[in-house]
Design a protein around this ligand. Structure first.
Ligand code: NAD
Ligand code: TYD
Length: 357
């Protein structure tokens, strides 16, 4: 049985990747390594937690000793690395935590993989495809676009926030391990995701939560910033395709050609939720509140995913309107999940459970 380590599998995107791999590949043993920070939630994986090819491991990727022991013990065949601090606003108030998890944590994993796959002298091998270190990254490493153009795999890195700077640094380390030690790696850089299980601090789930509770919808600046939205299951499918088919050492951009200004996203969301909540047309839009802009706020992200589409045949499955309506339905049907992830107690409950085992 192939042993695949997925880090950050209790988080938003990680939980969709874990579910996909556990269900689609019964002959893989999927290990989900997660620290269960405020963003990690095992409720996201309730439906698959009893499957025999799934195992949860609670642990911190910044702890090199723990990571090395785990790799020596389990001898993972491959790694899909998603664990990260992921929220730009938090990175502005606490950049060091982002360096620790996103940079040091990634280097710890690279070192541990190098040790078990290649020995500590980093011998190049001719047959290294059985192993893969897949690093999941963001388009924010490319910086900000003006009105024109798209990020391609050749766009120079130009990160602006502490979050994107930490992800850029981790990408560079992954490439450095390929160039220096021939560690078999691949990187993907994806645009903004949305969908079920998204922690309600990010724009879309925060606004769904606030609309439901008749609270203000905080729009930074004038709401003119543009993001390129992709449904999270489409990202998980892209990761599957890249994991199994990518050329070693390569990079793929992932995105759905789906650019929206923030204000238009929120207007659309208000409209969808007017109907779903049985409110008068235009009622929810009254909640829109323009607030102070984010420091260093990138104006526009937009991804060119032609390489992934042409080389590996991936394409997004959902239109934004459809995906957003599906997302709203999920949040309305999962009120308990929302209450739990926002209460703080839930985290402690699971921590106690897993420490006790
Ligand atoms: P998330 O914040 O929802 O989840 C992150 C997960 O990592 C959580 O389960 C958390 O508990 C875990 N984690 C954090 N620190 C850890 C540590 N020190 N040790 C072990 N586990 C730890 O993030 P997400 O939105 O699911 O993003 C996942 C990955 O995808 C990240 O690497 C992010 O940079 C990347 N990405 C995200 C987006 C997006 O739109 N959300 C887009 C492109 C790329
Ligand atoms: P976010 O969901 O934090 O993702 P990212 O910063 O990684 O793109 O934010 C998406 C966009 O929405 C971004 O331009 C910032 C903006 N935004 C708001 O206007 N209000 C908010 O409360 C939040 C969280 C984000």
């Amino acid at each position: 049985m192939k042993k695949i380590l997925i880090t950050g599998g209790a988080g938003f995107i990680g939980s969709h990747v874990v579910r996909l791999f556990v269900n689609k590949y019964p002959d893989y043993k999927i290990f989900n390594l997660d620290k269960l920070t405020y963003a990690g939630n095992l409720e996201n994986l309730k439906d698959i937690e009893s499957k025999s090819n799934y195992k949860f491991v609670k642990g911190d990727i910044t702890d090199a000793h723990f990571i090395n022991n785990l790799f020596q013990e389990e001898k993972f065949d491959s790694v899909i690395h998603l664990a990260a601090e992921s929220h730009v606003d938090r990175s502005i108030s606490n950049p060091l935590e982002f360096v620790q998890t996103n940079v040091i944590g990634t280097v710890n994993l690279l070192n541990a993989a190098k040790e078990i796959w290649m020995g500590n002298i980093g011998l190049p091998t001719s047959d290294i495809r059985p192993h893969l270190f897949y690093h999941v990254s963001t388009d924010e490493v490319y910086g900000s676009l003006g009105d024109e153009g798209l990020f391609t795999e050749e766009t120079s890195y130009d990160p602006h926030s502490p979050y994107s700077a930490s992800k850029a640094a981790s990408d560079h380390f992954v490439r450095a391990y390929f160039d220096t030690y021939n560690l078999p790696v691949v990187i993907s850089n994806c645009s903004n995701n949305y969908g079920p299980n998204h922690f309600p601090e990010k724009l879309i789930p925060l606004c769904i939560h606030n609309i439901k509770n008749n609270k203000p919808l905080p729009i930074y600046g004038k709401g003119e910033n543009v993001r390129d939205w992709l449904f999270v299951e489409d990202h998980a499918n892209a990761i599957d395709v890249i994991f199994h088919n990518a050329k070693l050492g390569s990079t793929y951009n992932i995105g759905g050609h789906n650019e929206w200004t923030n204000i238009d996203v929120i207007r659309l969301l208000c409209k969808i939720m007017d109907k779903k909540l049985g409110r008068a047309e235009g009622e929810n839009e009254k909640l829109i509140t323009f607030v102070k802009d984010r420091a260093g706020h990138d104006l526009r992200y937009a991804i060119d995913s032609t390489k992934l589409q042409n080389e590996l045949g991936w394409k997004p499955s959902l239109q934004f309107e459809e995906g957003l309506a599906k997302t709203v339905d999920w949040y309305l049907a999962n009120e308990e999940w929302l209450t739990q992830v926002t209460s703080g107690n839930y985290q402690k409950y699971y921590e106690q459970q897993y420490v006790a085992r």
